[in-house]
Design a protein around this ligand. Structure first.
Ligand SMILES: [Zn+2]
Ligand SMILES: [Zn+2]
Length: 273
């Protein structure tokens, strides 16, 4: 008799458990807020509430650096000689984006990679559409499309510490999605330390000598027979003052001009601070 009752109670428990599962919130836990929900098909791992919170830069106020707000930076004298044609960024670097990027970059949460890549890819598509319009207007050429993608390198020390270069990962994934070659072009000669504690002028000064071309990796003279300027898209995770991207760009332009080749540099970052 006792075993009969316990059997029934077990059965009831199992049934209630299944019922709870059926009636409980559907889906899986959101990567960024943890809420159980149906996850976005476009932005891997996150719920629709988190999708709505992505601070996209939709209207560009500064054509040069791609800022969505008024920009006093690009009119400064030392910015006139910048190595890149223009920068575009996917989102504003607010606290939420700081959190997402840090989870990936510093804490190594691999699951953030597809989400961040999807965001960068969307910005690349918007950038392509925008620059195609400008190209059509100015030169009559139908399409803006980079010939290759490259990225801002990190020092060996930083690489050993983090185990990966987030800019390289983003660039590689974007290149695959866009069907473009990704070239391993630059190396970081010195570890510049935490840039965030430095003034704008100090950042530019430190960055001047921070990068060089990986000579054994890329031969610019191979591009000699290229009839038009070679368009290179340079990727990084965050644009703050632009000094890092600018320094990388100058190194590339210098190497290209020494080889007698014309290169046009465009930059794309995940976030714009
Ligand atoms: Zn969420
Ligand atoms: Zn600007």
């Amino acid at each position: 008799m006792f075993s009969y009752i316990s059997h029934i109670s077990e059965h009831v428990q199992r049934l209630t458990g299944q019922l709870h599962k059926l009636l409980g919130p559907p889906g899986s836990p959101c990567l960024t807020c943890g809420t159980r929900a149906v996850l976005s098909s476009r932005y891997p791992g996150i719920c629709s509430r988190c999708v709505q919170q992505i601070p996209w830069i939709r209207s560009i106020r500064c054509q040069r650096c791609g800022r969505g707000v008024g920009c006093p930076d690009c009119v400064r004298p030392h910015m006139q000689n910048r190595s890149f044609f223009c920068n575009r960024s996917a989102v504003q670097y607010n606290d939420l984006m700081k959190d997402w990027i840090s989870m990936y970059k510093f804490r190594g949460y691999e699951r953030y990679a597809p989400l961040l890549t999807a965001m960068l890819t969307q910005a690349f598509q918007a950038m392509s559409e925008e620059l195609t319009l400008i190209c059509e207007k100015e030169t009559g050429k139908p399409l803006w499309r980079p010939d290759a993608v490259t990225y801002v390198p990190v020092s060996d020390e930083r690489l050993a510490e983090r185990g990966f270069n987030q800019a390289e990962r983003l660039a590689t994934e974007l290149a695959i999605t866009a069907g473009l070659p990704c070239v391993d072009l630059l190396q970081r000669q010195i570890n510049t330390g935490k840039q965030s504690f430095k003034s704008r002028a100090e950042r530019f000064e430190t960055m001047k000598h921070a990068f060089s071309i990986k000579l054994d990796e890329f031969d610019f003279s191979l591009l000699k027979n290229y009839s038009k300027p070679f368009k290179l898209l340079l990727i990084d995770d965050i644009y703050t003052t632009g000094s890092t991207l600018d320094a990388c760009g100058h190194v590339i332009l210098h190497a290209a001009s020494k080889a007698g080749v014309t290169v046009e540099i465009y930059t794309l970052t995940l976030a714009r601070s």
